[in-house]
Design a protein around this ligand. Structure first.
Ligand SMILES: [Zn+2]
Ligand SMILES: [Zn+2]
Length: 289
C-alpha cells in the first residue's frame, strides 16, 4: 500500500498546484476535462490498491528467490531509484509501441489539455496491461518489494510536476531531468514530437537510446491522440482502445494475425476517415491486416 499512501500524503501539494494554475491560468483549464481526470485518478488508485493485494505474494515469492542480498542503505535506495527509472523508460516506450500496453496508456494521452490535472489522467487497466511486470526484475535482483514500490511512487509523484505549460525551460536541469518542456513534447502530436521523451525522472535515457527531442518554443504543442476521442466519460476513456483492439483481433483471419493486433504498433480507435489530413501526416499508421 506504500504507493497509495505516498501519493495520498502528497495530494495536498498536488491540489495546491492545480488550484494555483487554475486561478492564475484559467484558460488552460476545462472543468469537465479536469473532473474526468480526477475520476480517472480515483479509479486508477482503486484498481492499483486492489491489484497490489494480489501481486504482493508474487513480489515476495520473487524476492525470496533473489539473486543477491542487497542491504538497505542510502546507496542501495539510490540504485533502486535509478534502476526503476531505467525500467520505467522501457515500460513507457513499450506502452507507445505495443497495442496491449497502449490500450491502457492511451488514457493518459487522450486529453487535448496540458495542465497539472492531466497528471491525474491514468488508466485503471495498468494492472491488467502488466505495468507491474516491468518492476519484477528488481525483486529478483534482491530489492525488497516495499523499496521497489516506494521508488515507483516517488517516480510517479515527480512526474506530476512535469504536466504544465506555465513553466518554460529550466536551464541546466533540462540536460539531466525530465522537465515540463520535455514532457510537453511527449504529449504533443506535432510532427516530429510523437513517440519521443519517454523519461520518468531522468531524460538521460532518451538521450542514450535516441528518443529525445527538444521542444521548439516557437511551435505551440498540439495535445491529444491521433483520432481524438470526443468524450469526458471516464468509463469510455478507460475502455475505448481495449474494445477497438479486441474487435480488431477478433476480425483477424488467423490466430497469428490476431496476436499481431495485440502486440504490434497500435492503431487509432477512431475510424481513420475522422482523422484529419494533418494528423495523418503527423503519424503514419501501419496497416494491421
Ligand atoms: Zn506516454
Ligand atoms: Zn504525461
Amino acid at each position: 500500500m506504500s504507493v497509495e499512501l505516498i501519493l495520498l500524503a502528497l495530494s495536498p501539494i498536488f491540489w495546491l498546484c492545480i488550484g494555483y494554475e487554475f486561478i492564475k491560468y484559467r484558460a488552460r483549464y476545462d472543468i469537465k476535462d479536469s473532473l474526468a481526470n480526477t475520476a480517472l485518478a480515483i479509479m486508477h488508485q482503486g484498481a492499483d490498491a486492489l491489484s497490489l493485494l494480489l501481486l504482493m505474494p508474487l513480489f515476495y515469492w520473487l524476492f525470496e528467490h533473489r539473486l543477491f542480498d542487497i542491504e538497505l542503505s542510502l546507496l542501495s535506495v539510490i540504485c533502486a531509484f535509478l534502476l526503476q527509472d531505467f525500467l520505467y523508460y522501457w515500460f513507457h516506450r513499450a506502452s507507445h509501441n505495443v497495442h496491449w500496453l497502449w490500450a491502457a496508456h492511451v488514457v493518459h494521452h487522450s486529453s487535448t489539455r496540458m495542465n497539472f490535472s492531466t497528471a491525474f489522467r491514468q488508466s485503471l487497466m495498468y494492472p491488467v496491461a502488466g505495468m507491474w511486470l516491468f518492476w519484477t526484475p528488481m525483486m529478483l535482483l534482491g530489492f525488497d518489494p516495499n523499496v521497489v514500490l516506494i521508488v515507483v511512487a516517488c517516480n510517479l509523484a515527480f512526474q506530476f510536476f512535469v504536466h504544465t505549460e506555465i513553466i518554460g525551460k529550466l536551464g541546466w536541469l533540462e540536460k539531466l531531468f525530465n522537465t515540463p518542456s520535455h514532457h510537453r513534447v511527449h504529449h504533443a502530436i506535432n510532427p516530429g514530437y510523437i513517440d519521443r521523451n519517454f523519461a520518468g525522472v531522468l531524460i538521460l535515457w532518451d538521450k542514450l537510446f535516441g528518443t529525445f527531442v527538444e521542444e521548439d518554443l516557437n511551435k505551440p504543442c498540439r495535445y491529444g491522440i491521433i483520432g481524438q476521442i470526443d468524450t469526458y466519460n471516464p468509463v469510455v476513456i478507460s475502455f475505448h482502445q481495449w474494445l477497438h483492439m479486441f474487435r480488431q483481433a477478433l476480425r483477424a483471419k488467423s490466430l497469428a494475425k490476431g496476436a499481431r493486433v495485440l502486440f504490434s504498433y497500435p492503431t487509432s480507435s477512431v475510424p481513420t476517415e475522422t482523422v484529419t489530413v494533418a494528423e495523418k501526416n503527423a503519424k503514419q499508421l501501419p496497416a494491421i491486416d
